[in-house]
Ligand binder design. Structure first.
Ligand code: V47
Length: 404
């Protein structure tokens, strides 16, 4: 690195080169004063120490089972209110999609997918080579816990090899609250695991700060509940991911504090629990269509800076994942030289955010698209399964390296 660095940044750079952990104020200094190229070089150094030039991708399908939600979060453009004309006891399985096609409705109204539709989507994904379904949705005002258990069981029966990564910590807490008789977080996770749940996605963490929470996520679970779910999952041997939703009402210092809390949790999981976080997914806020639509969307440079600093602060996370639906495929590609080593995924359909509010819900990347992005960035593409085992394909079949 021949660039002339301010003394403070040079000290931080030396620390990173020596493999030492950064303090919160050092992360903040990087936000405030490191130039983007220095950040890229440092994040790249850490990334290449961990996995060289390899870049992971997976063949998956996201399924968002309903947009009805009992919460009204200010940052959310996805949720829809339960229609007042529907009866209190109505529990019909596929409202909003009368033809029972395997898709949500094309307009922006409320919808809920029936379990049959979800199983069809999972089966179609498995037939197209997917190794994972990523299933999340709104907090439905009527569905009982058994509905979600049954969803997992029926996917497992139809597609025994498909990994079910499902339900954010927010949903798990909701399932516990609505269960009758009341089930603890551990009992909910146990019931879901017995039915086929493989791991938890990282959604719902947003920013762990009370001021930010009150301003943007007031009705949602907070830091303590989110960590309770992931702690319990890790204690039970269930792997999970973590997220950070940035670029709305939070400050850089609040982002750093969020990352440090994740790092502390990961230290404890790695030291004494049978599972831990597999990756961190920094999510770039898309204001369009949400009550925070007046906010400017994070720029590409904020995205790169945040991804690089995430890599540098989370020295105990094996992977930093770019979710191209939120950053755009082009920026996800560039980020492969700013600390990112993993891209999610083929995706296929995604309902929760649509870039600029008007993109269709069909948001798919082919394997060829993903590999081309990765190779052109000077990286080596490797297909992985949910647990980061290399996937080996032969004709129409696949196996995960090291799996039973
Ligand atoms: O929890 C909601 C976020 C998350 C917006 O674990 C928004 O592998 C941007 O968690 N703009 C869901 N983001 C997505 C998610 C995820 C995605 C890919 C991979 C993984 C993983 C997890 O999306 C929500 C929330 O944090 N979100 N609204 C928005 N307007």
């Amino acid at each position: 690195m021949s660039r002339c660095l301010p003394t403070e940044i040079k000290t931080i750079a030396d620390k990173i080169r020596a493999g030492r952990r950064l303090e919160p104020q050092e992360g903040l200094r990087l936000y405030e004063s490191a130039d983007l190229h220095t950040l890229g070089e440092l994040a790249n150094l850490v990334r290449e120490r961990l996995c060289g030039r390899l870049t992971w991708y997976n063949i998956n399908r996201h399924i968002n089972y309903t947009n009805y939600c009992v919460l009204r979060c200010r940052f959310c453009s996805f949720c829809r209110p339960w229609p007042s004309k529907r009866s209190q006891d109505d529990f019909s399985p596929a409202h909003g999609s009368p033809e029972r096609r395997s898709q949500p409705p094309v307009d922006d109204s409320g919808y809920e997918l029936s379990t049959e539709q979800i199983v069809d989507m999972a089966r179609e994904a498995a037939d197209r080579g997917a190794t994972e379904v990523h299933i999340v949705g709104g907090l439905h005002p009527r569905w009982p816990l058994d509905h979600y258990v049954d969803m997992c069981r029926r996917i497992r029966e139809a597609c025994p090899r498909l990994h079910i990564k499902a339900f954010t910590a927010v949903e798990i807490v909701h399932f516990s609250r609505i269960s009758r008789p009341r089930r603890s977080i551990r009992e909910v996770l146990q019931a879901l695991r017995e039915a086929g749940l493989g791991s938890l996605p990282g959604g719902g963490a947003e920013i762990f700060d009370q001021r930010v929470h009150d301003e943007a996520f007031k009705s949602k679970i907070g830091e303590q509940d989110w960590f309770d779910v992931h702690r319990t999952a890790h204690e039970m041997g269930i792997f999970s991911n973590a997220t950070m939703l940035y670029g709305h009402v939070e400050t850089p210092a609040e982002r750093i504090a969020h990352l440090v809390k994740l790092r502390e949790h990961q230290d404890a999981s790695l030291a004494g629990r049978p599972a831990h976080f597999n990756c961190i997914v920094p999510l770039s806020f898309i204001p369009a269509g949400s009550p925070l639509a007046h906010l400017p969307e994070p720029t590409g440079l904020t995205d790169l800076r945040t991804l690089a600093i995430t890599r540098l602060m989370l020295d105990n996370f094996p992977h930093v994942k770019a979710f191209w639906v939120m950053t755009s495929p082009k920026l996800a590609q560039v980020s492969l030289n700013w600390g990112v080593d993993d891209i999610d995924g083929t995706v296929v359909h995604y309902e929760i955010t649509r870039r600029n509010g008007h993109a269709g819900r069909h948001q798919e990347m082919t394997v060829d698209d993903l590999r081309r992005l990765i190779i052109e960035a000077g990286r080596i593409p490797v297909e992985r399964d949910t647990l980061y085992r290399r996937v080996i394909r032969s004709k129409d079949d696949w196996t995960a390296e090291g799996s039973a």
